[in-house]
Design a protein around this ligand. Structure first.
Ligand code: SF4
Length: 232
C-alpha cells in the first residue's frame, strides 16, 4: 500500500528539492514581491464574515467558482444572523455549483449560529476561536487572520505545499512543516504578503503539472532540477 501525502493522496507527493540557504530563499521571495508589490486574495469579500464564508467555500474548489456563487449568497445573507436564519437548506441552493456543497452548507449554517451565540455576531480574531468554528481548520484560520486581521500568518494550501518542496524554499512532509519552515525563513517584513505571492505563483506560473519556468521571475534562485523551457 503506497504512503499517502497529507494533502491529496499518492499522486500529489511533490519532489523535494535541496533546501535553499536563507539568503537564496530571501532573494526568491523578493523576486516574487518585486513582480507583484500589492498582492490580494482573489476571493470576493467585503468584511471578515464574508471572507470567512468565502474561504470555507473555497476548500477543494477554485476561487473563481466560489466568486460565481457568493454574490447571490451574500445578498441573501450578509451577516451571521441572516446566514444562521437561512439554515443549511436555505444556503444549499446558492452553492450547489461547487464541490462538497452539502457539507459546506451545513458547516456554514452551524458556523453562523456559533458566531451569533458565542461571538456577538463577529468573526473572532484569534486562531483558537476560529479553529473551534465548524468547517474551519488551520489553513482557513490562517487566511482569515492574515487577510482580515493583518496578522503575519502563512496559509499552506496545495500550491504552497508543492512550491515549498519543489523549489527548495521550504521542504516539508506535511503542510504544517512547510508552514513552520516558511514562517522561520521569511523576512518579517515580507511575511504577511508571502502567502499571496506563493499561492498566486503556484496557481499561475509554478503549476502542478508543468511549471512555466521560462517566464518565472524567481528562476535564478530556484533549486528545481527539471526547469522547463518555453514551448517551441
Ligand atoms: S523556476 Fe520553475 S520550478 Fe522554480 S519556482 Fe519558477 S516555475 Fe517553479
Amino acid at each position: 500500500m503506497p504512503a499517502r501525502t497529507p494533502l491529496h493522496g499518492t499522486a500529489a507527493r511533490p519532489r523535494r528539492a535541496r533546501l535553499m540557504p536563507r539568503p537564496q530563499a530571501e532573494a526568491f521571495l523578493r523576486a516574487l514581491a518585486a513582480a507583484n508589490p500589492a498582492p490580494r486574495t482573489e476571493l470576493a469579500y467585503s468584511d471578515p464574515f464574508t471572507l470567512l464564508v468565502a474561504v470555507v467555500l473555497s476548500a477543494q474548489t477554485t476561487d473563481a467558482a466560489v466568486n460565481r456563487c457568493t454574490p447571490a449568497l451574500f445578498a441573501a445573507a450578509p451577516t451571521p444572523a441572516e446566514m444562521a436564519a437561512l439554515g443549511a437548506e436555505g444556503i444549499g441552493p446558492y452553492i450547489r455549483s461547487i464541490g462538497l456543497w452539502q457539507a459546506k452548507a451545513k458547516n456554514l449554517a452551524a458556523l453562523a449560529r456559533e458566531l451569533v451565540e458565542k461571538h456577538g455576531g463577529q468573526v473572532p480574531a484569534t486562531r483558537e476561536a476560529l479553529e473551534a468554528l465548524p468547517g474551519v481548520g488551520r489553513k482557513t484560520a490562517n487566511v482569515v487572520l492574515n487577510v482580515a486581521f493583518g496578522q503575519p500568518t502563512m496559509a499552506v494550501d496545495t500550491h504552497i505545499f508543492r512550491l515549498g518542496n519543489r523549489t527548495g524554499l521550504a521542504p516539508g512532509r506535511t503542510p504544517r512543516e512547510v508552514e513552520e519552515r516558511l514562517v522561520r525563513r521569511c523576512p518579517p517584513e515580507l511575511l504577511r504578503d508571502a502567502h499571496h505571492w506563493l499561492i498566486l505563483h503556484g496557481r499561475y506560473v509554478c503549476k502542478a503539472r508543468a511549471p512555466e519556468c521560462w517566464r518565472c521571475v524567481a528562476r535564478p534562485w530556484c533549486n528545481y532540477r527539471d526547469k522547463t523551457e518555453a514551448p517551441g
